[in-house]
Design a protein around this ligand. Sequence first.
Ligand SMILES: C[S@@+](CC[C@H](N)C(=O)[O-])C[C@H]1O[C@@H](n2cnc3c(N)ncnc32)[C@H](O)[C@@H]1O
Length: 209
Amino acid sequence: MNEKDIYKGIPCDKIPWIHETPPGILINLIESLAPPSSHLLDLGCGLGHYAAFFAQKGYKISGIDISNTAIKHAKQLFETKKLKGDFYEFDLCKLSDITLSPINLAYEFEVLHHVYPEYRELYVQNVCKLLAEGSYYLSICFSEKDKNFGGKGKYRKTPIGTELYFSSVKEIQDLMSQHFRILEIKEVELEGKTIPHQAVFCLMQKVKF
Ligand SMILES: C[S@@+](CC[C@H](N)C(=O)[O-])C[C@H]1O[C@@H](n2cnc3c(N)ncnc32)[C@H](O)[C@@H]1O
């Protein structure tokens, strides 16, 4: 990752990825695999809107984000909405001894493209350590097939000054299959604020190898 706190200095209404309601692809998948009261882990939870949506539906929520600004905002949002959730400021690319009560499903939405290839192995090891056998893990990150966003190539600059890494299905498959059983992997189109995004969708389960 090339920046620690991408929220510093940007007013909330100018952050390009903020939506109050999660995309249908995330809602449908979570509702089909994890009944309410299951424990969800929101990896790279940002300001906590998606976590709040699922908490309101009765899920138990934990959220992790590298950004201090994001975690403070997520905690405040839960307090305002009188919801319960546990939030941790933590860099998933660093070794840690963080432990959580058993997670049924972890999801990361538009997070992994912030993590450059050399840090991804440690990132995925950390996620794997946080999950119990049988837990599901959904990863959705930008695909190199995207033609609309940030030009061409693997590393692309964004209007807010970040540089993201755009993956191929094969890269995600090679990375994830070391630690998880891949249940489904495919290219998907995501609705964006201004233009749609092409993304790699990877649904996995932690199993004994
Ligand atoms: C594009 S935002 C998406 C936020 C949220 N998932 C959403 O869809 O609204 C990417 C998020 O990943 C977080 N992030 C990036 N690298 C991270 C890392 N190494 N560990 C934890 N969080 C990270 C960023 O701080 C940011 O909140």
